[in-house]
Design a binder for this molecule. Sequence first.
Ligand code: FAD
Ligand code: SIN
Length: 555
Amino acid sequence: MATPTQTINAKPCSADETFDVLIIGSGAAGLSLALRMPPDVRTALVSKRELSEGNTLYAQGGISAVLDAGDSIDSHVQDTLDAGAGLCDEEVVRLVVEHGPGNIHWLFDEGVEFTRSPPTGSSGYHLTREGGHSHRRVVHAADATGQAMASTLVGQLEQHPNVCLLEHHIAIDLVIGEQRDGRRLRRHCRGAYLLDLHTEQVVSAAARCIVLATGGASKVYLYTSNPDVATGDGIAMAWRAGCRVANMEFIQFHPTCLYHPAAKSFLISEAVRGEGGRLLLPDGERFMTRFDERAELAARDIVARAIDHEMKRLGVDCVYLDISHKSASEIERLFPTIHKRCLELGFDMRREPLPVVPAAHYTCGGIKTDRHARTDVDGLYAIGETAYTGLHGANRMASNSLLECLVFSEVARADILRELAGDPRPQGAIAAWDESRVTDSDEEVVVSHNWEELRRFMWDYVGIVRSNKRLERALRRVRLLRHEINEYYGNFRVTNDLLELRNLVDVAELIIESAQRRRESRGLHYNLDFPDKDDNQALPTVLIPDSYVPRRSEF
Ligand code: FAD
Ligand code: SIN
């Protein structure tokens, strides 16, 4: 259910200052990085809506970390590698898993209230289970973990002496400077252009370090569990700025979103299956046992594909998720938000199965970063869902995403502080945004029409099951759209919708091109023309933009 967004008015800042750090995006990744910045570092936090609006706010199941004496780091690492279908970077997996408990304790210290009701195990917290995890290791705040995190962290920001806020500012593009270093060209990020959505003016924000924490891109699909802000802006901006982008073919479809015209793909948490929920066909058959010995708790790619397969085989609109065999009081205690929203839509999960379908949920690929969260452009970092760190491989394991946001904000903080302590790069003023050759748009319908068309063909041709022909069709269409949108962008004053559509089109093209390069099926990428996994292709798909210049310190 859409939870009310929270906004704080403390310390709005003027975009015209030069900041030490400019963080674009205020979800788990951006908020935790901002809070971790020392008081003497002047930091601006930018958000295109209210501060708390984003995927983080809607997170349900929880955050995975080794918190129980019966669990182990090795086990969490192994489960993540298994879910990732041979494409995870094991060093990164270990880094994230090892930093997990410390980051959960950081959240405790910030005041996030996690569920403590029994059975709690040695951690003192109730740990739930989700697909792919061989232990109970997901700490949660009932079924509204993201709401608890976002509201607590936003509240804590009010105490921070040196973070200022630019809400309702959408970043348009990064500003890149170029310098000759001997015979080599060096490129560095100097700031960003932002559209103030209240005044409709474009402002420039300069900073020594810029961090993209802009979240995922699942809005590129017609059906998605994500809120409207998930338009892949950071990935598109970084690509245009010369950063490599990796593994974009691995879009995760969550198996269980509520099937109801008014539900907007409302998520039914995987924790419902973790606590015993069973997937049923319309005739009541429990079908997941036919697909994987872990049944409903197989990794997400397997469950989503099985549901898709059964829906197509039987020609049905949905399957069912049933937890009504559990006591009503337990369902109400563990899933109050889901239960309430389902009741509003006419379903009582205490007594009946819920109709569910898969929907686009998570972007496993993104801006390629190194172990320090650095991108290919000096001074530019990427953290959270917008980044590709190597953690998730070909399929993210449930509840590893919020963990990645926290761990990489910690890692980025350390590198940013080192960077700020070093030699400053020449700054100089950022040129003002040039609007001399544009006018107000006369045909808004172009934007809304193209937005619809893009999301529909991505769903139909680049969804859970792909084929060479479908990908070719999608590529032809996306190139036409890109041409049209770029022309529009060059002639008319920018608006929020135009900027998001421009980014979605760029991201869609990256997804399609990555999917075409992978000539096998693995994890979340399934192509009917290459139905098998090929061990010779166990490498990430890395796309390189024309403007890419290798950094001095290579990855
Ligand atoms: P987000 O939280 O999405 O924040 C992105 C921020 O960037 C927003 O503030 C947005 O306004 C801003 N932004 C974007 N573009 C621009 C721009 N151009 N200019 C300015 N600002 C911009 N993961 C788990 O680990 N556990 C879970 O239980 C879980 N449940 C989920 C449930 C749902 C319904 C969804 C959708 C996701 C869930 N996930 C879960 C995934 C997880 O929530 C996200 O991956 C994670 O929250 C991403 O955090 P983030 O900080 O990277 O991005
Ligand atoms: C869920 O609660 O099912 C979402 C968990 C996740 O995406 O990690």
